[in-house]
Design a protein around this ligand. Structure first.
Ligand code: SAM
Length: 261
């Protein structure tokens, strides 16, 4: 479902899908809140002149970033997401743009904060090069992203139904670290944490993905989950992973990094 390592995601479609999810995103975004809160705690506690929330979504973290910075920029690919973010926190400067091609001057940013957004980019090396460009020397990049191991339960369940790739591969954290260093960043903090969500049934699990705008699955088949029969097949396959507490698990391997430019 995320982009890295398979056919590139269509960014116009992605922006539309996130825009559609924007109004109810907050209701479903339990993992995103948890991850972003942890990430906020990793920001070196100094005052930054210009801070950027990259892929800000509905703007959960703008309120916490505001006191850390003189000037706060909030950027997202999706207009719908930005509209929600503006309602939440009008003090930031909002920009609708692509993280891989930023409308920002070289060396103009002191802090980039980005939580669970960059896994949608086409290329980590290209993204990291762009972030290196906009950060001033000594500037800080604080990120969270999804790594290999994420959504494995869903991938396993689909594998019992057919041969198609319904869930994208995520990047190995070692590759990510290599790319960060290759772009000239110094790694100050690097953490991998597993987050597990639990659902009563497959319907709730898929609604959880759809609710945050992540329902589209990429791979060798077109988007969409298929008809009723296929969903029943998937539900049966997923049942085999029901845990002893009676829940269907869905795991996320989250990589947290603090890099200095
Ligand atoms: C899962 S949401 C996370 C939003 C927010 N950071 C949070 O943690 O709640 C991912 C966000 O990344 C944005 N996004 C995806 N690809 C992007 C890109 N190439 N440039 C900018 N934003 C992007 C999406 O529009 C969406 O708002």
């Amino acid at each position: 479902m995320y982009s890295q390592g398979s056919s590139p995601v269509d960014k116009t479609a992605l922006a539309k899908r996130f825009g559609k999810a924007a109004v109810h995103y907050d209701h479903y975004a339990k993992l995103q809140k948890e991850v972003g809160e942890h990430l906020l705690g990793l920001i070196p506690p100094i005052k930054y002149e210009v801070a950027l929330d990259l892929g800000c979504g509905t703007g959960f973290f703008l309120q916490s970033l505001q006191p850390l910075s003189e000037r706060l920029l909030a950027l997202d690919l999706s207009l719908g997401m930005l509209q929600q973010a503006r309602l939440r926190h009008a003090l930031a400067e909002f920009m609708c743009a692509d993280a891989e091609s930023l409308p920002l001057t070289t060396g103009s940013v002191d802090l980039v904060f980005t939580s669970l957004a960059i896994q949608w980019c086409h290329s980590y090396p290209a993204l990291l090069s762009e972030l290196h460009r906009v950060l001033r020397p000594g500037g800080v990049l604080v990120f969270s992203t999804l790594c290999a191991g994420s959504l494995d339960e869903l991938r396993r369940a689909w594998a019992q139904c057919d041969q198609h790739a319904h869930v994208n591969q995520f990047v190995a954290q070692q590759s990510l670290m290599t790319w960060c260093k290759a772009q000239g960043f110094t790694v100050s903090t690097w953490e991998i944490r597993k987050h597990s969500l639990q659902y009563p049934d497959l319907h709730a699990l898929l609604m959880g993905l759809k609710g945050i705008g992540a329902s589209q699955v990429l791979g060798s088949r077109p988007a969409g989950l298929g008809g009723r029969a296929r969903l029943q097949q998937l539900a049966l396959a997923y049942e085999r992973q029901r845990n002893e507490d009676g829940w269907l698990p869905l795991s996320y391997e989250v990589c947290y990094g603090v890099l200095v430019r």
